[in-house]
Design a protein around this ligand. Structure first.
Ligand SMILES: C[S@@+](CC[C@H](N)C(=O)[O-])C[C@H]1O[C@@H](n2cnc3c(N)ncnc32)[C@H](O)[C@@H]1O
Length: 383
């Protein structure tokens, strides 16, 4: 467990600062923040904790090495010089995947083949064997070659971190859990006041909000690749799981409203909330966002309405944005956080945002439009 190395957390573009903030809260100092990646120093305990607790990162990767390469030979020699035997034993499997961006080595496939061969040669010579059966634990090697810099890493996560395990079912256009969590964290929503998502779809925002405020670790109900690594004992994993269970804020009962015009989405949100263990805190209803009203003076709307990606839907969307501009204004002291890829959202909505923040929902460039409400009075009790 005391072995130390660099750990890289890939993120969706726009979420780097959120991941840095999360790492800081976990007690780790961020070493480097690049576009789409945050790096820190840690050990196997940090691997378990980062996988268990990060809400906004996509995976947890052990960085084996980084070097410049412009030719296949540079790549082969660079990879072969790294200490792969520090992690991978002579019977372990080591599939390779990755991608190249703005580099002389511009073929993902050729680079993958070269890396596989270089790692195999390194392991054969380190273990003094002629062949590697690859029958034991799987260490997924992940590489990036960006601006001629090769980063060679081992994945400890398996299925990406946004797969929390509660959303086996989704609607047609679900939001990544990592973005939903980031939207909630950006909003500084205070759980003593209600939260509303009037376009809830499969319920990602309300569920992530409830999990965040109840301090439910996002990785509590899923498996990770590191669980098979012999470097990490079952006892160490169980300790982190037990600690996470103890850390749930059982006395925090947020009031969350989720609604959608589509009854199938209402059902879906209820199903997913049950799976995530937060059903008791989310009031789900079938309602048109143009008519939504909550009789509470203060609160926060966090939502992602339809974007109108297809040309035929754009006018419909513009009309919808105008109408929610009017309906939301009845909640005049509330704050709103609205994510859409529609460039002219503010014009249609009828109000200029106090702040905009660029976020990517997968590959789709969006803006989070932030409209600040009135500051609510300090709650008398609670955290
Ligand atoms: C982009 S999706 C939201 C996805 C959601 N955040 C999730 O994670 O699944 C937009 C949702 O708005 C709903 N919708 C469309 N028009 C609506 C309206 N007028 N009122 C309420 N919901 C509406 C759709 O049914 C769809 O579920």
């Amino acid at each position: 467990m005391n072995d130390r190395f660099e750990i890289a957390i890939p993120t969706l573009f726009g979420l780097e600062a959120m991941v840095s903030r999360e790492l800081y809260r976990l007690g780790y100092d961020v070493k480097k923040t690049e576009n789409g990646r945050v790096t820190f120093d840690g050990d196997y305990d940090a691997v378990i904790r980062a996988n268990m607790w990060l809400r906004c990162g996509e995976r947890v990767l052990i960085k084996v090495g980084e070097f410049k390469a412009e030719t296949q030979n540079d790549l082969y020699e660079g990879i072969k010089s790294l200490e792969w035997e520090r992690f991978i034993d002579k019977t372990d499997a080591f599939p390779v995947k990755g991608h190249t961006v703005r580099s002389k080595l511009n073929s993902d496939r050729s680079s993958q083949i070269t890396i596989k061969k270089a790692v195999a040669d390194r392991l054969c010579s380190a273990y003094n064997v002629m062949s590697l059966p690859e029958t034991d634990v799987t260490y997924q090697i992940q590489f990036t070659i960006i601006d001629n810099t090769v980063t060679a890493m081992i994945d400890t996560t398996g299925a990406a971190l946004h797969k929390r395990g509660y959303r086996a079912l989704s609607n047609g256009a679900p939001l990544r859990e990592t973005i939903a969590a980031a939207m909630v964290m950006i909003s500084y929503w205070k759980f003593e006041y209600p939260l509303l998502d009037p376009f809830c779809g499969s319920g990602t925002i309300p569920i992530e909000a409830a999990m965040f405020k109840r301090n439910i670790a996002p990785g509590l109900n899923r498996e990770f690749a590191f669980m098979n690594f012999p470097q990490i004992s079952e006892r160490d994993i169980q300790d982190v799981i037990d600690e996470a269970r103890d850390d749930i804020h059982k006395d925090v009962c947020p009031e969350i409203f989720a609604s959608d015009i589509d009854t199938a989405c209402v059902e879906l949100t209820m199903e997913n909330a049950k799976k995530a263990g937060v059903y008791d805190f989310i009031h789900v209803s079938n309602c048109d966002a143009r008519k939504v009203f909550i009789d509470k003076p203060y609160g926060t709307i966090i939502t992602n309405p339809p974007y109108g990606e297809r040309l035929s839907d754009i006018n419909e969307c513009k009309k919808l944005y105008k109408e929610i501009g009017r309906s939301f204004s009845k909640l005049d002291k509330w704050s709103y956080y609205i994510l859409t890829s529609h460039e002219e959202f503010e014009k249609e909505f009828g109000r200029k945002a106090d702040r905009r923040r660029k976020l990517y929902n997968g590959m789709l460039k969006c803006n989070l439009y932030q409209f600040y409400g009135e500051r609510p009075p300090k709650p008398e009790t609670g955290k």
